[in-house]
Write a protein that binds this ligand. Sequence first.
Ligand code: ATP
Ligand code: MG
Length: 315
Amino acid sequence: MSKILTIGEILVEIVATESGNGFREAIPLIGPFPSGAPAIFIDQVGRLGQECAIISRVGDDDFGHVNLDRLKSDGVDISGIEIMPQGTTGSAFVRYRKDGSRAFVFNIRNSACGTIDLSPDALRLIDSCTHMHVMGSALYAPSIVTSILTAVERIKARGGTVSFDPNLRPEILDSPGMRDALKTVLAKTDLFMPSGEELFLFTDAKTEEVAVAELLAAGIRATVVKRGASGASYFDSQSSFTLPGFKVEEVDPTGAGDCFGAAFVTFWLAGAEPREALLHANACGARAVTKVGPMEGASTRAELEALIASQRKHA
Ligand code: ATP
Ligand code: MG
């Protein structure tokens, strides 16, 4: 049986209930919602019934327990989450502007998950996993980069596989050593899952065809490009195709890419045909945007099948 691992930030997200420009006045907020891209990803994997684990750190505070409780109840192995008695759980305040862009106030680097390091127990947990999912946003501190590269090496050395979602904010890309770390991960990647322009992060290619051909030549087995409401595309050496997005009402786009990736990796590891995996990933990303809160729209298998069946009928 496969077991999926990820390493990285666990946060709570607190969302402004009215759109506008940032946080320089008192405004109504809703939260805390469990969050952090790797945490959203692994929660969605767990909800699909796939065995999985996350290595991270939280404080012994309510924000930490909000996450521990959610991940545990969705079936995630939380033995790799260290609870730091003196630490504070990470947080992100988010407010949408009228144009749909987002203003953030982050507390990540100086929070408990800014100090992730591999204990002997964490190394044993890594060795119980067969697949590593790397979230680019998790590469925010040198010790975490080292931890992620260690997990990638150990899992690959035992015949396992690696998926990589660059999920990058520009300010992370320009931090020291980041491009090298990303290139090291890419060289070990089996399944690459960029969103839109991230496909061109590691190439001078001007077209998708050329960029994908370069990735295949570099040893990447499959590339999946996420396209928001328009759906997603799949590329490997045998085939390439695009599936449209499901028609849903978007209320909060945060977490769509993470839920999409979780469903794709879960179906791919189980040996599903690429079309089947992409269909379920599209359904999972679509359901994710229908709820306020990044993890609140995570889906069970039955919920994915229901969405797929309902839109087949209307197609
Ligand atoms: P994130 O903000 O979580 O990092 P992302 O940029 O990685 O997101 P998106 O392309 O925004 O990823 O979304 C991932 C997938 O979710 C899409 O490929 C699509 O399948 C689905 N999706 C996202 N937004 C919508 C929408 N409004 N309607 C239907 N499906 C959507
Ligand atoms: Mg993303």
